[in-house]
Write a protein that binds this ligand. Structure first.
Ligand code: ZN
Length: 281
């Protein structure tokens, strides 16, 4: 991994939204399935787990052709709708890793590595991660995805997957970090602090979204185990007007006998009565 999972996830969302905006040309469109976008954004780094099979990092899983071939069935079935998801995975190596690392982007036609290969964590790396997070945050608030992703909805449960991947990457980096020379360490301390803050922000968001999904699941389970009784279900529902203004029952007010009034009528009547009472005394 060159960019952190954090940067890959944030930029996956940003690029997927850009592609979605382009293909829908500003018209109303289906919302993105954000957990899938975030997971696709880090999926090329699956080669980290294939080392025992002799697979080197940043090789074929970081190539255009590999992912385009894998996406052919989705492109045939879902057509344009699958493009934001393809963008989420392609940006991983064609944007993030290309800027910060070196990748075999043209495999199998070329085994040459392309990229700027800047050390990590470096100023550019941290700037790219933080810029991605800030941009994603601005978009997610603007397009109301934040509201949707923080609502009590079972569709938010899959946010658990990017959350686990992010936490695992944090632990992986903490354990796998080679001994950094002292000077470089002092310089990078500020950068590391920013990186840690970035990670806490994203992990908190993912954890809250997952919790909201689980809350919805709990509520659904409660309804199925304790369904409302027939009597409760047949209870007449109050109209919106009745809900807004509490009604009062008058049983012996002459011509208004046994009639129901809302609060406004009641206060009108009361003020008239007190007026008459004032005049007669
Ligand atoms: Zn990568």
């Amino acid at each position: 991994m060159k960019l952190f999972f954090l940067g890959h996830m944030a930029w996956a969302y940003v690029w997927a939204i850009i592609v979605l905006a382009v293909i829908s040309r500003g018209k109303p469109h289906e919302k993105l399935f954000v957990p899938a976008v975030l997971i696709l954004g880090i999926l090329p780094d699956i080669d980290l787990f294939l080392r025992s099979f002799g697979v080197l990092h940043h090789t074929f899983t970081h190539s255009f052709f590999f992912w385009i071939v894998l996406f052919v069935p989705f492109l045939l079935v879902f057509r344009l709708k699958s493009l934001p998801y393809l963008a989420a995975v392609v940006q991983h190596f064609a944007f993030g890793d290309l800027l910060v690392g070196k990748v075999m982007i043209l495999w199998p036609f070329s085994t040459a590595y392309f990229g700027l290969n800047i050390a990590m964590p470096s100023l550019l790396d941290v700037a790219l991660e933080t810029a991605g997070l800030l941009l994603a945050a601005a978009i997610i608030i603007y397009n109301k995805d934040l509201k949707r992703l923080l609502s009590v909805d079972t569709r938010n449960i899959p946010m658990l997957l990017p959350l686990l991947a992010l936490v695992a990457s944090m632990l992986f980096f903490a354990v796998d970090q080679p001994i950094i020379p002292l000077v470089a360490y002092i310089w990078s301390r500020k950068l590391l602090t920013i990186l840690v803050i970035d990670h806490i922000i994203l992990a908190t968001f993912l954890a809250v979204s997952t919790t909201q999904g689980l809350r919805a699941l709990k509520a659904r389970a409660l309804i199925t185990t304790n369904p409302p009784s027939l009597k409760e279900r047949n209870k007449p529902q109050l109209t919106l007007h009745q809900r807004r203004t509490p009604s009062f029952q008058f049983k012996s007010y002459g011509m208004y006998n046994h009639k129901t009034f809302d609060a406004k009528t009641f206060w009108l009547l009361r003020s008239n009565f007190s007026c008459i009472a004032h005049l007669t005394t």
